[in-house]
Design a protein around this ligand. Structure first.
Ligand code: CUA
Length: 360
């Protein structure tokens, strides 16, 4: 519409191109909005926000982004204004037929200007970007930085705390840092299958998660809270639901979380039937429950399953109802998921769920 105003009336009324453009726009907006609402119904999902950094590397990235946005925004305004001015000022007028505007060739001044100015701009952007990358990558973490190994799986995240003896999934817990008492977290990342990408926009830039290769990154959250992230590299059917959350605790709270996670699994005699059933199914080939015969590593560690807010890598809130639906038919909540339905009877599912609900 805007275009047709600028370039004058079309030769003939043609409704279909703009109708197609409009329809495509409506569909793509619906495509973005509808999944967001369905997801919001299942889990209290926050939207990752690149404009509200709360961690040292993210501050650096945001600062650079604003600089780049300011420079490119200024270019956009200048070029856009000149374009609009030219279109309006020099548009075809009655009586112009057969006349040509003046042709300008070989102006050294003009050509030098439009070669040198962009070169300088690109050079400034290049220097600023390089400086940020080097500052973030070469930062020396203090020796007592928390170390975590991140393993990417189709389609969930595994987190190992080698120094603390903790294994968890999809929810990364770290202590908060402050200027006077720094406690950054250093992540070593690799993949168990295909290429993934670890991205929590408010904490740091993206880092690829690659099989047979260790990549490194670090975060240093300055405010307690829960920060959401996601896999940022297409990795198969459920790439979009390879979500993760980072829970940043005040110091004392983090120590309590560590102490809880290091405890052996709860052994509640009231759920003996469910426990026996769980350990007699193929569940234990894929899942681990610390200190038991369940030692599988294909799926998430379940030792403290109920300490997590979500199941299925963020696909649903970790409620008894959702947990039951998940065990009954994981594919229903997360189509394409690698966890099979175990074909248990209603009663058996109830028993297994009752047992799992005790794994606090
Ligand atoms: Cu993992 Cu996309």
């Amino acid at each position: 519409m805007l275009l047709s105003v600028l370039i004058g009336p079309p030769a003939r009324k043609r409704w279909y191109p703009s109708a197609i453009v409009g329809l495509t726009f409506v569909l793509s907006v619906a495509g973005l909005v509808v999944p967001a609402f369905t997801a919001a119904a299942a889990v209290p999902i926050q939207t990752p926000n690149i404009f509200e950094p709360v961690s040292t590397p993210a501050y650096a990235v945001a600062e650079l982004s604003w600089l780049v946005l300011a420079i490119t925004g200024a270019i956009f305004v200048v070029v856009g204004s000149l374009l609009v001015y030219s279109i309006v000022r020099f548009r075809a007028r009655p009586g112009d037929e057969g006349r040509e505007p003046p042709q300008v060739y070989g102006s050294n001044q003009v050509e030098t200007a439009w070669t040198v100015v962009p070169l300088l701009i690109v050079f400034v952007l290049f220097l600023a970007t390089t400086r940020t990358i080097i500052t973030v990558q070469n930062a020396e973490p203090p020796p007592d930085a928390l170390k975590i190994t991140v393993v990417g799986h189709q389609w969930w995240w595994e987190f190992h705390y080698p120094e603390l003896g903790i294994i968890t999934a999809n929810e990364l817990h770290t202590p908060v840092s402050d200027r006077g008492n720094r406690r950054p977290t250093v992540l070593t990342l690799h993949s168990d299958d295909v290429v993934h990408s670890f991205w929590v926009p408010r904490l740091a830039g993206k880092t690829d998660v690659i099989p047979n290769r260790d990549n490194h990154m670090w975060i240093e959250p300055m405010e307690p809270g829960t920060y959401v992230g996601q896999c940022a590299e297409f990795c198969g059917t459920q790439h979009a639901y390879m979500l993760l959350r980072v829970v940043v605790h005040p110091r004392g709270e983090f120590d309590r979380w560590v102490a809880e996670q290091r405890k052996p699994p709860v052994m509640d005699p009231r759920v003996q039937a469910g426990r026996d059933l769980f350990y007699s199914t193929a569940c234990i080939n894929c899942h681990r429950v610390g200190g038991t015969v369940a030692t599988g590593t294909f799926g998430p560690d379940l030792t403290h399953l109920m300490s997590r807010e979500t199941i299925g890598a963020g696909v649903a809130a970790n409620t008894p109802k959702n947990l039951r639906a998940w065990i009954e038919d994981p594919d229903h909540l997360k189509p394409g998921v690698n966890m099979p339905a175990m074909k248990l009877t209603e009663d058996e599912v109830d028993k297994v769920v009752t047992y799992l609900l005790t794994l606090k």
